[in-house]
Ligand binder design. Structure first.
Ligand SMILES: [Zn+2]
Length: 117
C-alpha cells in the first residue's frame, strides 16, 4: 500500500473508530437492548434507561469523532506546509510516544520508530 494512503488511514483511524462507535452505540443502546429487555418485567427499566441514554452517548461519540478529525486535518495541513515533526526517512507525519525505553517518534507513513533526540 502506498505510504500516503497508509498515513491517511493512521491519521484518521481514531476519528473513524469513534464515528462508527457512535453508530454502534445508537444501535445497541437504542434498539437492541430495549427490544430484548422490553418483555422482561425485571429488566424493562434497563431497556427504557438505555433508550433514553443512547442519543446522548451517540452524540457525544460523534462530537469526539468530529473534533478528532478536525485536529487530524490540522496536523495534515501543518505537515503539508512543512511544519511539525516529520520522519527523516520518508517525510511522513510522526506521533510522539513514550514507551518503556523512553520517548520516541512513530512515523504514521512508514511505521518506523525514531529516537527522541
Ligand atoms: Zn517514515
Amino acid at each position: 500500500m502506498e505510504l500516503c494512503v497508509m498515513m491517511l488511514l493512521r491519521v484518521y483511524y481514531y476519528p473513524l473508530f469513534f464515528f462508527f462507535g457512535s453508530y454502534g452505540a445508537l444501535l445497541v443502546l437504542g434498539e437492541w437492548i430495549p427490544n430484548h429487555f422490553a418483555a422482561s418485567p425485571v429488566f424493562s427499566m434497563l431497556g427504557e434507561t438505555s433508550y433514553k441514554f443512547a442519543p446522548w452517548l451517540g452524540a457525544g461519540l460523534l462530537l469526539v469523532a468530529v473534533m478528532w478529525a478536525l485536529y487530524s486535518s490540522y496536523r495534515l495541513w501543518r505537515w503539508y506546509l512543512g511544519h511539525g515533526d516529520i520522519c527523516y526517512e520518508c517525510g511522513g507525519i510522526t506521533d510522539f510516544k513514550v514507551g518503556k525505553y523512553g520517548a520516541y517518534y512513530k512515523c504514521l507513513a512508514c511505521g518506523r520508530n525514531h529516537r527522541d533526540y
